[in-house]
Design a protein around this ligand. Structure first.
Ligand code: ACO
Length: 430
């Protein structure tokens, strides 16, 4: 980050020189850290549309060109040639692992897949009809009550163990939340299966009969995990960073990230997209639906479309669409009505001026629900699957932030528009 250029800000005739920081990729950043002290002004940017809240070396997005890279590697190559646990290693440690490093990493993650047996009771405290995201927020937050030996964020070894625990146990927790919601017994993890296959097994096996994981579906599951692994400073990641900046323990921070991800404008969009496709029902109903989306008074949005950063195709959406085709082909589903509606909706939206002018394209969630539904997941499980996949991104960003010697508690300021100072009025005089 070279700091030899400056921007000049003039306020009431007085000039302030602000350093310009140059990234390796992406736009320059004007460093305003000293501005308040020097000029007694804040900057105003609700929604952080023009604000870099941290520096990071993990993920880069060029929203105009539709580029997403992790540690420099394009997401398309990682989705095609790598696999989820290798991408986890890359995100956590910055480089692709050697064969020996990968084996050690996979073995360590695999050995942490079981959860404390007493946590099973914790699940049983929830109503059966609880949304699995509600259960996950609670159970992941409760991990800090079970794993006292990985709570000290100042100890690098404990940070490492917390990272392994979260990545390893999240599939177990998500699968248990699902099993609990359908009244089936919990299925323990199987360490002879790979990460994605083990998750499918924990979700779909029952004690009464053997369940063989279909390797093509396991590969598709792994690819969905890979496509969701990290995405720069999105809302849930920023939530994790903000929670962590106060020194909160890792399990509390990740629970905060899960809570944020649940919203339909973020990770909840995959569930909302499938519900929307079902509601549209058949391609003939698309024009009416599009008209509603364009009518601002309706408050209806085309779910799975649009993105704060991508003003072009979300590169993950392209891989996701290809995966949807492969999975449906494998399952012998050639005329999935939801896929037909989705494809037609995409075709019509991409030709419509409303979407063209606003640069609205399909995002990662437009096709993921179709694949997950074809695999047998109910819609309520879509966002928990996103949460389990994103855990490594949250943890990598959390780890990066804690290693930063300049770490400060995140404490935004505000543009106060309330009442000015006034005197308290006794109740009988109001
Ligand atoms: N359908 C219809 N119109 C839309 C959509 C949409 N999906 N997304 C944005 N717009 C319109 C807005 O109405 C606004 O129009 P205007 O300029 O006439 O007022 C314009 O496009 C800009 O929209 P903003 O809401 O300002 O854009 P922002 O960057 O804040 O929102 C967001 C991004 C939240 C993702 C939005 O596009 C959206 O709600 N999409 C649908 C939900 C979704 O798919 N979320 C998943 C995001 S990816 C992820 O988290 C995994």
């Amino acid at each position: 980050m070279a700091e030899n250029r400056t921007a000049t800000l003039t306020i009431d005739g007085k000039e302030y020189a602000l350093p310009i920081l140059s990234p390796t990729e992406g736009p320059d950043c004007i460093d305003i850290r000293k501005l308040y002290g020097q000029a007694d002004v804040f900057t105003y940017d609700p929604g952080f549309t023009s604000t870099a809240a941290c520096d990071s070396t993990i993920t880069f997005i060029d929203g105009d060109k539709g580029i997403l890279t992790h540690r420099g590697y394009p997401i398309e190559q990682l989705a095609e040639r790598s696999h989820y646990l290798e991408v986890c290693y890359l995100l956590l440690y910055g480089e692709l692992p050697s064969a020996a490093e990968l084996e050690k990493f996979e073995t360590t993650v695999t050995r942490h897949t079981m959860i404390h047996e007493q946590m099973h009771n914790f699940f049983r405290g929830f109503r059966r009809d609880a949304h699995p995201m509600a259960t996950m927020v609670g159970v992941v937050g409760a991990m800090s009550a079970f794993y006292h030996d990985s709570l000290d964020i100042n100890d690098p070894r404990q940070r490492e163990i917390a990272a392994y625990r979260l990545i390893a146990k999240m599939p177990t927790i998500a699968a248990m939340a699902y099993k609990y919601s359908i009244g089936q017994p919990f299925v323990y993890p199987r360490n002879d299966l790979d990460y994605a296959a083990n998750f499918l097994h924990m979700c779909f096996a029952v004690p009464a009969e053997p369940y063989d994981v279909n390797p093509v579906l396991a590969r598709a599951m792994d690819r969905i995990f890979t496509l969701h692994a990290d995405h720069e400073q999105n809302a849930s990641t920023s939530t994790v960073r903000l929670a962590s900046s106060s020194g909160a323990n890792p399990f509390a921070c990740i629970a905060a990230g899960i809570a944020c991800l649940w919203g339909p404008a973020h990770g909840g969009a995959n569930q909302a997209t499938l519900e929307m496709l079902r509601q549209i029902g058949t391609p003939e109903n698309i024009p009416d639906f599009i008209a509603k989306v364009k009518d601002k008074s309706s408050n209806v949005r085309l779910m799975g479309f649009g993105h704060r950063v991508y003003k072009n195709f979300d590169p993950r959406a392209k891989v996701m669409k290809q995966t949807a085709d492969e999975v449906l082909e494998l399952l012998g589903v050639h005329d999935n009505p939801l896929l037909q509606v989705a494809q037609e909706l995409e075709r019509i939206a991409l030709q419509d001026d409303y979407f063209i002018q606003r640069k609205l394209y399909p995002n990662v969630d437009f096709y993921s629900g179709i694949i997950l539904e074809a695999m047998g997941f109910p819609t309520a499980m879509f966002t928990p699957i996103f949460a389990l996949a994103r855990t490594v991104g949250w943890i990598s960003q959390w780890k990066e932030q804690l290693a930063d010697p300049q770490l400060k508690i995140g404490r935004p300021r505000q543009l106060y528009l309330g009442e000015s100072l006034r005197d308290y009025i006794e109740i009988e005089n109001r």
